[in-house]
Each structure stands twice: as structure tokens, then as C-alpha cells.
Ligand binder design. Structure first.
Ligand code: G3P
Ligand code: CA
Length: 244
């Protein structure tokens, strides 16, 4: 069964990478959550997509130059939609907070956005319930970062994200050579008929997960082809499309 992974939570409906978006993703029957991590100035793992607070919160400045206490002062609901989540106490979470909260049976894809965050991320996952359940993957566009994660914990499910237009076959070869179980292309690069690429990946023993799929017909096509996982902003759409 294809895994439906909520991209930064149910980010079409609630502020990305907040507990509001994660809780909604569970209501929308997502199998797993995807989130992004950066390292703060005081060595904590902030769950936020951008290098800075500016786009998604009421705060400003680079995550790497701020302490987690400083980051927590920002309203992580302030910039979503017409402000309906502003003032509700939404904050930038830490990875350990999410790990502690994550219900059993829900998977997690942790995207490392900054190389500096690799050791702390691997350490945070070690001993976590989701790791013990075999339901976590660590993913990154950064080959150095994902290779380091693998070296620090070879049993981790690691996945290489491919930027749009990066050749799938290149990524596949790289994943095999560097022992990453998963390769994660942009959906557009799988083409109108992803079957041959998926079959090649299967023959090489690699999982394929793609990002970001919001179209219900494409969800149905990918699911029928046995894709491992796709990331979506709208797991509610996936639930309906896949008849969950
Ligand atoms: O899961 C992959 C996807 O999250 C990668 O893109 O920019 O949303 O982090 P981005
Ligand atoms: Ca991401």
C-alpha cells in the first residue's frame, strides 16, 4: 500500500510544521508526517522549513543564529491564510517534541535542511518509538548530509531527495552506491508513465517516494503502480482519492 505522507503536516489547511497541521494530518488519515529540521544556535532541532523565521512566523532572523527560546517567541500561526491561526499559541516545535507526541502507528520522514543538524537528528531518533517501529526515514537533498546520517547510523532508512530535473537514474545509482534505501524525485520527473522507472528501482531494491502530489488522479495512478510513498499537502484529498 502506498504511504500517504503529509507534507509539513496537512499544510494546505493549517500552518506548515506546526502541531495544528500534524493533528489535522492524522484526522485526514495520513500514514506519516514529513517535517524539516534546522539546528538552532543553542544546538536544538527546530522544525521549520526555511533557514529564517520570516516567511512562516511572526518572527525574523536566521534559525542558526537564534536560541530555541528566542524562536519560541514567534507565532508560527501568524502567516497562514487570512490569519485564522494567529494568536492561538502555535510555536515552532522541536524534533524531540514531535517524537514524543507522535502516536504509535504513524510514520515520520525527517528532512534535514542543514548539515549541522545531522548528528543531533540521528541522536534524537536513536531510541525513539517511531524508530523502534521501523517507521522513520531521514531524507535530504544534501548528499553530504544524507551520507553522514547513514554513516552515523547505518540501520536508518535514509533517502536522497532529487531536485526538480535531476535525473532519476542518476539518483537511483547514487542511492545504490551510497546505501540509501530510498530515492525521492520530484513527481514531475517521474513522467506521464512512471512504471519503467519504478520497475528499475524495484529491481535495484530501492524504495521510491515522490513529492509533492496534490492531484487525486495522479495519486490513484501512483498508488496503482505500487509507489512506496508520496508527499502531499492535502492528505484529505488522498484519503478520498484512494478510498480510505
Ligand atoms: O519531502 C520532500 C519535500 O518536502 C521536499 O521539498 O522544499 O518542501 O522541503 P521541500
Ligand atoms: Ca521538506
Amino acid at each position: 500500500m502506498t504511504l500517504v505522507v503529509a507534507h509539513r503536516g496537512s499544510s494546505a489547511h493549517a500552518p506548515e510544521n506546526t502541531f495544528a497541521a500534524y493533528e489535522l494530518a492524522l484526522e485526514h488519515k495520513a500514514d506519516a508526517l514529513e517535517l524539516d529540521v534546522h539546528l538552532t544556535a543553542d544546538g536544538q532541532l527546530a522544525v521549520i522549513h526555511d533557514e529564517t523565521l520570516d516567511r512562516t512566523t511572526s518572527g525574523s532572523g536566521a534559525v542558526a543564529t537564534l536560541s530555541m527560546d528566542e524562536i519560541r517567541k514567534a507565532d508560527a500561526g501568524a502567516r497562514f491564510g487570512d490569519g485564522q491561526f494567529a494568536g492561538q499559541g502555535l510555536r515552532v516545535p522541536t524534533l524531540p517534541e514531535v517524537l514524543q507526541w507522535l502516536p504509535d502507528g504513524i510514520g515520520l520522514a525527517v528532512e534535514i535542511k542543514a548539515r549541522a543538524a545531522v548528528p543531533a537528528t540521528v541522536e534524537a531518533l536513536r531510541g525513539s518509538r517511531v524508530r523502534a517501529a521501523g517507521a522513520v526515514s531521514v531524507i535530504s537533498f544534501d548528499e553530504v548530509a544524507i551520507n553522514e546520517a547513514h554513516d552515523l547510523d547505518p540501520e536508518l532508512t535514509t533517502g536522497l531527495l532529487l531536485v526538480p530535473s535531476d535525473r532519476f537514474e542518476r539518483g537511483l545509482t547514487y542511492a545504490v552506491e551510497h546505501h540509501h534505501p530510498a530515492v525521492l524525485p520530484w513527481d514531475g520527473d517521474l513522467g506521464l508513465d512512471p512504471a519503467p522507472l519504478l520497475q528499475h528501482a524495484l529491481a535495484l531494491g530501492r524504495h521510491v517516494g515522490c513529492y509533492v502530489v496534490n492531484d487525486p488522479m495522479r495519486m490513484q495512478q501512483l498508488s496503482a503502480l505500487g509507489l512506496w510513498a508520496f508527499v502531499t499537502d492535502a492528505p484529505d484529498v488522498a484519503a478520498e482519492a484512494l478510498g480510505r
